[in-house]
Design a binder for this molecule. Sequence first.
Ligand SMILES: NC(=O)c1ccc[n+]([C@@H]2O[C@H](COP(=O)([O-])OP(=O)(O)OC[C@H]3O[C@@H](n4cnc5c(N)ncnc54)[C@H](O)[C@@H]3O)[C@@H](O)[C@H]2O)c1
Length: 376
Amino acid sequence: MSLPHGTHWGVIGCGVIGERRCLQLPVGVQISTCFDINHERAQRLAEKLGGTHGTTKVAATLEEFLATPGLEAVIIAAINSELVPLAQACLNKGLHILVEKPAARSIRELEQLKNPHGRIIKIGFNHRFHPAFERLHEELAKDPADPIMFIRAQYGNGARVGFENEWRAKIELGGGGELLDQGVHVLDLGAVLIPDLDVVAGYTRTHFWNMPVDDNTWAILRSPESGATFTFHVSSTEWKNEFRFEVYTRRCKYQWLGLGRSYGTERLLIHRMKPEMGPPESEEITFSKDDQSWLLENENFLGAIRRHLHVNGGLEDAVRALSLVEDIYQSSRRLQHGAKDHPRWYGDHETGMGASPFDRTPNETLADETSAEKLN
Ligand SMILES: NC(=O)c1ccc[n+]([C@@H]2O[C@H](COP(=O)([O-])OP(=O)(O)OC[C@H]3O[C@@H](n4cnc5c(N)ncnc54)[C@H](O)[C@@H]3O)[C@@H](O)[C@H]2O)c1
């Protein structure tokens, strides 16, 4: 198979996020091959990407995918239990990878990943690339003498009928519940602004969905150094999708509201306190309705490969976020089962059934369990 000139990437996992990412490619990049254990999904995506002109192929097997000539990098957007083995297969072939968050079901699993050819590993932390966050970051950097006192975040969606049957609801496939799913983004954002966060307390609970993983998690974290505090609630019973991320300094309150789409228009509100206090001076910045974060993150990945740019959201950030996730699960188990030491990971929270480390589920059962349309 000879390929046209350009930069050739492939995608493994052609569900909601694989597709979304591939439709937001930097100029000059094209997806030459798609692979999904659900062949129809790969076919559908290839057609959207130009398969009708023969430029995007569908690989029948992972081996065929990895043998694609001229492939430089791979987007890996399969279900959580498959992320590490797929990442490993690509790294062994010398391919750069952009692997979706949470990158693995646990730190233990992530630590098994080896990078024998020293390739770029980018983790899909697209929330870092939302313009409101970038602007918030810039505003905070303007005044280092006005440190963060605390951050309060809320992130959630209402899931969908049949959610309890999807891979996200199964410990062995998803690795955790809402905390590992949307919570990992919130933790990553918090840790960008307060890098030395550690967990004061966490509480996970399954309120609604009939599944052995959390559908709601609350947590308090803090910086031991500065005392900056971070609290959040993530939920898959948030009946009206919501994202809010609020940062308080001694002189300002910043509110990042919305992510576009079903999470509402993305906005940054800056409320500046006056010396005499009283009502602050407020400014509101509204961002484009289109969510550009996927494109910007893909561009960062390309820049890291081609121009040695800093990887914004790399492996060490996934390790940090997963470590906080595991500490929150641990804290919740302590709360619910007493102070004795519990294994660091998984399940066994209120209403949970308990969990053992993962037994791999045969691939042939996975296709039916993945979710087709969802989230936003
Ligand atoms: N960055 C974000 O904001 C964001 C949002 C949602 C999901 N995600 C992550 O993206 C990944 C995919 O989530 P999704 O919502 O697109 O799920 P999905 O169920 O829509 O898609 C997953 C796809 O992976 C395929 N798959 C499963 N095992 C495979 C294997 N071994 N080889 C090839 N394909 C395989 C499934 O058939 C399915 O088509 C997850 O890791 C999830 O955590 C990230």
